[in-house]
Ligand binder design. Structure first.
Ligand SMILES: C[S@@+](CC[C@H](N)C(=O)[O-])C[C@H]1O[C@@H](n2cnc3c(N)ncnc32)[C@H](O)[C@@H]1O
Length: 274
């Protein structure tokens, strides 16, 4: 088992086999898969594929960008950016099991020329300075306590003028979240900052805000729908495969945390200054 609690939280042994079995059960030909087939399971953040599309449109990719996905998970967003726009994308993630599954899913979708993964820590990114045009991250920072260092590392690997695209969960004023949630079963690995504190840390690290959108209200209805559906049998393919037996409690708590203003959601695109 992993030796750090965040990786332990996310690790599910045999996840790759479970996903392939679920794809078959969902009627997919696992020898002819494309990123759309995987989207119900490999887009592991609130709003799933539609949220990735919205953030990608905020960035406005041309296809020429070299992209780094920090906390890349199973690789849904990185494969989507490569497939839809033609960008060359690298992913880095703390969870070894996720990196293995991400590589497998990239092979079966025929995207290995465009996308690669490395196990590593966002606080010590295994990449040279000034190597990327866009650093992208969805729903990973809430597991990371040292935001100053995280944002410094993101800035370091960006080329001057490069952009940072974020989809984040932030702290609300209604008190701490109810647990378990998708990113933590207990408070010890959950590190939410308010949107204002997050923005201040990003600016202090050397970023200028281009776009900042609070997406809480827009996301609430879909979170509530997921919480209601948590009482029914899930479809074969979904993020419950990653989350494990307490996925229903997580879905209910996600909606409740938003309703009670314990969590806020935002999308942002920032630019490296200097
Ligand atoms: C909720 S998942 C999101 C995955 C992916 N971004 C997506 O949206 O599909 C959070 C991910 O952040 C990763 N993560 C958490 N802390 C990290 C760290 N310090 N360095 C790198 N990855 C980290 C976890 O391993 C996990 O894969």
């Amino acid at each position: 088992m992993p030796d750090n609690p965040v990786e332990t939280h996310y690790t599910r042994n045999d996840l790759g086999e479970m996903i392939l079995a679920a794809l078959k059960a969902a009627g997919k030909d696992i020898d002819r898969l494309n990123p759309d087939d995987l989207a119900p399971v490999d887009e592991f953040h609130g709003g799933q594929r539609p949220a990735t599309i919205r953030l990608a449109e905020l960035v406005g990719f041309t296809g020429a960008e070299r992209v780094l996905d920090v906390g890349s998970g199973l690789g849904g967003p990185s494969r989507y950016i490569a497939w839809r726009y033609g960008c060359r994308v690298s992913g880095v993630d703390l969870t070894a099991e996720f990196c293995r599954v991400a590589e497998m899913l990239t092979r079966v979708t025929g995207l290995v020329e465009k996308v690669d993964y490395r196990q590593g820590n966002a606080l010590d990114l295994p990449f040279d300075s000034e190597s990327f045009d866009v650093v992208w991250s969805q729903n990973a920072a809430m597991n990371i306590a040292d935001r100053d260092r995280l944002y410094r590392e993101m800035r370091r690997v960006l080329k001057p003028g490069g952009r940072l695209a974020l989809q984040e969960v932030a702290a609300g004023v209604g008190g701490p979240p109810h647990f378990p949630v998708q990113w933590a079963r207990e408070p010890a690995i959950s590190f939410l900052l308010t949107p204002e504190d997050t923005r201040a840390k990003l600016e202090a690290a050397g970023f200028r805000v281009r776009t900042w959108q609070d997406t809480t209200e827009a996301t609430l209805a879909s979170a509530q729908a997921r919480a209601r559906h948590a009482d029914s049998k899930p479809p074969p393919l979904g993020t419950h495969l990653i989350l494990g037996p307490d996925w229903q409690a997580m879905a209910r708590n996600s909606a409740r945390n938003l309703e009670e203003n314990r969590t806020r959601l935002f999308n942002a695109v920032l630019e490296r200054t200097g």
